[in-house]
Design a protein around this ligand. Structure first.
Ligand code: NCD
Length: 324
C-alpha cells in the first residue's frame, strides 16, 4: 500500500488530518479564502452556495461545543447539509465494523467526514478506506492534532498583527498533552513566524524532539517577556495519567496569566485561548475579558476557516474529476 497522503496525485489537498507536512503556501491559501468570507470584525462570515448538495457528517466521540457547532455552521453557511452523528469509532477502529459504518454513510452520499476522536490514527484509517470523492477532516485527534484550530489561530494572528515574520509568539501551559499546541505550532512554523516559544513547567513540556523550531522556557515571566502574541492553554486533565501537577490555586499562582504578568509582554500584545477556559486557573478572568483578549474573534474566525477548508476540499474534488 502506498503511504498515506493528505494530497491527491496533483498535490491538491484531499483530506485534512494534520497540518504536519502542509506547505506554507497551502496554509496561506486557506487563510486568504477564510479572510474573503469575513466582513467586519465580530460579524459571522458571508454566506455562499459552494457546498450545495454536499453532505458533511460530524462524528465527534469526545466532548465538543465550539468545534462541532463551528463545523455545522460552516457547512450550513455554504449551503451544505450537515449531519450530526453519535458514533463511537475509536472502540472499533481496528476492526472491520468502522468501515461498515463509513460505507453505510457513503451510500447515503456523505461527502465529508469530520471526525474527533481520543484515539490516534482513526482519521487516517478512515481516510485510507473511503471512496475517491470523499474527504476526511480531523476535528481533533488525541493529543496529536487539531488542524482547523491551528488554522484559526494563524488567521487570528494575521488579522490582529498583519503578518508573521517579526512576531514573538508564546504558547503557554500544558503543551505536552495539547493537540492545539501541536497544530498551532505547525501552522506558525510553516508561516515562518519570527520566534515561537513554548513555555511550560517541565512535566508539561513536550519531548525534546518535538517542535524543533521553538525556544523552550520553563519560567513563565521570562517566556512571555516582549511577546506579541500569548496563547494560553488549559491543563488537559483527561490526558494527564501519571503526571503530577499542582492544584488549581497553586497552578494559578505559578502559571496563571494575570494582568500584572501581562505587563511583561509588548503593550499591544494579543491574548488567545482555544477554549474551554478555566478562569482563575491558567487565565485570570479580567485578562480573559480584557482589552488584549481576542478569544471571541478566534471563535468567529473558526467558522470562516472551516468554511474555507470545506470549500477547498470540494473545489479540489471537482478539479480532480472525482464524483459520486
Ligand atoms: C480544544 C480541544 O478540544 O482540543 N478545544 C477546542 O477545540 N476549541 C482545546 C481543549 O480542549 O483544551
Amino acid at each position: 500500500m502506498t503511504p498515506f497522503s493528505q494530497h491527491d496525485a496533483a498535490g491538491r489537498l484531499r483530506h485534512l488530518t494534520t497540518l504536519d507536512g502542509i506547505p506554507g503556501e497551502q496554509i496561506r491559501a486557506i487563510l486568504d479564502r477564510a479572510q474573503g468570507f469575513l466582513r467586519s470584525p465580530g460579524e459571522l462570515p458571508a454566506r455562499a452556495r459552494t457546498l450545495d448538495g454536499v453532505t458533511v457528517a460530524n462524528m465527534f466521540t469526545e466532548p465538543s461545543t465550539r468545534t462541532r457547532a463551528s463545523f455545522e455552521l460552516a457547512a450550513r453557511r455554504l449551503g451544505g447539509d450537515p449531519l450530526n452523528l453519535d458514533i463511537n469509532l475509536s472502540s472499533r477502529a481496528k476492526g472491520e465494523t468502522v468501515l461498515d459504518t463509513i460505507y453505510t454513510l457513503q451510500a447515503m452520499a456523505v461527502d465529508v467526514f469530520v471526525i474527533r476522536d481520543a484515539e490516534p490514527g482513526v482519521c487516517q484509517y478512515v481516510a485510507e478506506h473511503v471512496q475517491e470523492h470523499v474527504s476526511i477532516v480531523s476535528a481533533g485527534e488525541a493529543h496529536l492534532s487539531h488542524p482547523t484550530q491551528g488554522l484559526l489561530d494563524a488567521l487570528t494572528v494575521l488579522q490582529f498583527k498583519g503578518g508573521f515574520r517579526d512576531l514573538v509568539v508564546a504558547i503557554v501551559g500544558d503543551i505536552r498533552h495539547s493537540r492545539v499546541a501541536r497544530s498551532s505550532y505547525q501552522a506558525l512554523a510553516a508561516l515562518e513566524v519570527g520566534e515561537i516559544r513554548i513555555v511550560a513547567p517541565p512535566t508539561l513540556m513536550p519531548d525534546a524532539d518535538e517542535m524543533p523550531l521553538a525556544r523552550r522556557y520553563s519560567g513563565f515571566e521570562e517566556g512571555i517577556a516582549h511577546a506579541d502574541v500569548i496563547m494560553m492553554l488549559r491543563i488537559q486533565k483527561e490526558r494527564l495519567a501519571g503526571t503530577s501537577i499542582p492544584d488549581d490555586q497553586e497552578y494559578h499562582r505559578q502559571w496563571g496569566l494575570t494582568r500584572q504578568r501581562l505587563k511583561l509582554a509588548r503593550p499591544e500584545v494579543i491574548v488567545m485561548h482555544p477554549g474551554p477556559m478555566n478562569r482563575g486557573v491558567e487565565i485570570a478572568s479580567d485578562v480573559a475579558d480584557g482589552p488584549s483578549a481576542v478569544i471571541r474573534a478566534q471563535v468567529t474566525n473558526g467558522v470562516a476557516v472551516r468554511m474555507a477548508v470545506l470549500e477547498t476540499l470540494i473545489e479540489n474534488r471537482l478539479q480532480r474529476g472525482a464524483s459520486r
